[in-house]
Design a protein around this ligand. Structure first.
Ligand SMILES: NC(=O)c1ccc[n+]([C@@H]2O[C@H](COP(=O)([O-])OP(=O)(O)OC[C@H]3O[C@@H](n4cnc5c(N)ncnc54)[C@H](OP(=O)(O)O)[C@@H]3O)[C@@H](O)[C@H]2O)c1
Length: 334
């Protein structure tokens, strides 16, 4: 039996150039480790692309580098010091450089026990965790805030809008097609939905939310960032959680404009960035909250309906996400 893996074998601009499917031995487990057969893996195509372009500063990519962050699966072997997990248990794992393979060995303490290895638990940990931590620590979201969210029907965005509504906020969700509008409607969390292909974001925000955006939550950048920045309320927070448009082009757009403080100084507003791995100490709190909300039926998890199967399909799933076609979280079944 072999372990099929998707690995970065050289840096490159596209997944086809930078990665290839390889096979290796099934990993041996240490005394404190478990062997997990991955059943679903989560696709973070925008982050992955920065990784295989060699642009993620805190990751040392040594070729061949098996990548992928999150998986859910089944424990199929346990080391002799493993005390809580047993063969057959479902677990969730989150670590850069572990997911895009059929089997992984992992310390027991890092394999989070879950009721079932489903795409929904895969979405909650870590995408939901990111949503929770970004709203708490960076957005500092308060009840009655007006929050505007870009890519609102995406993996991250659809959890953000629900958590914001739970908090008692006025929620504006931005998305890019009718299918995404339908997803947002089904969540019952947005007071206003803007399809940016039908309505101009800058015009809508300037006419309906001028100076009223307490939190702009942006994963897109460029024109979206500009429109959010322009319409921030006094003490408003513009959270940068992703840069989809910038990293799409390969290099950051150069603009000729006053420095960012010109827009925010008199409002006492701020521009802040979110980075999940810097809040590791709060991951358990976030996971417990999200699992509880999901199990109580207070949180919907939307998984993209497109079916992808097998390690090879990670390439297609990534291209699908990068084309902006996905709706909810993109997952691959192994
Ligand atoms: N900082 C962190 O720690 C952290 C953690 C998790 C995720 N993120 C970031 O959060 C964002 C959302 O991630 P996700 O995995 O949940 O993806 P996603 O939102 O499911 O998919 C990306 C969406 O972004 C929009 N988009 C706009 N311009 C795009 C472009 N040039 N290329 C691709 N998509 C574009 C599209 O939505 P519309 O059609 O609706 O515009 C697209 O469907 C990403 O930028 C990701 O890197 C950051």
């Amino acid at each position: 039996m072999k372990n099929k893996q998707l690995a970065i074998h050289q840096f490159g601009d596209t997944i086809d150039v930078a990665t290839q499917v390889i096979e290796s031995e099934i990993p041996k487990i240490g005394t404190d480790e478990v062997l997990v057969r991955n059943q679903y893996v989560g696709i973070n195509a925008l982050y992955d692309r920065e990784l295989y372009r060699g642009n993620v500063p805190y990751i040392n990519v040594v070729f061949p580098y098996v990548y992928g962050v999150e998986a859910v699966g089944e424990v199929i072997a346990t080391g002799k010091n493993v005390s809580d997990l047993k063969i057959g248990d479902a677990v969730s794992t989150v670590k850069v450089g572990t997911a895009y393979q059929e089997y992984q060995s992992i310390p027991e303490k890092d394999a989070i026990s879950i009721p079932e290895a489903t795409p929904e638990y895969l979405t909650l940990n870590p995408t939901g965790v990111s949503a929770y931590l970004a709203l708490k620590n960076v957005a500092e979201l308060k009840p009655e805030d007006t929050i505007v969210v870009s890519a609102a029907a995406g993996g991250l965005g659809h959890i953000i809008v629900q958590l914001a509504k739970q908090k008692g906020c006025h929620v504006v969700g931005i998305c890019g097609n009718e299918e995404k509008v339908a997803l947002l409607n089904a969540l019952n969390s947005c007071d206003r939905i803007i399809n940016h292909r039908e309505e101009d974001i800058d015009t809508v925000l300037s006419s309906e939310f001028n100076g009223k955006v307490n939190v702009g939550f942006d994963s897109v950048g460029r024109h979206m960032f500009d429109a959010f920045l322009k319409n921030l309320a006094p003490l408003g927070r513009l959270v940068v959680s992703g840069l989809a448009t910038e990293i799409n082009e390969g290099e950051f757009e150069k603009i000729n404009a006053p420095r960012v403080y010109e827009s925010i100084y008199w409002k006492g507003a701020s521009v802040r960035c979110f980075m999940n791995h810097l809040y590791k100490d709060q991951h358990p709190e976030a996971r417990n909250f999200l699992f509880d909300q999901y199990q109580k039926g207070n949180l919907q998890v939307k998984v993209d309906p497109m079916k992808f199967k097998g390690i090879e399909a990670i390439v297609d799933a990534s291209k699908y996400l990068l084309a902006g076609r996905s709706c909810g979280k993109v997952v691959v079944a192994l």
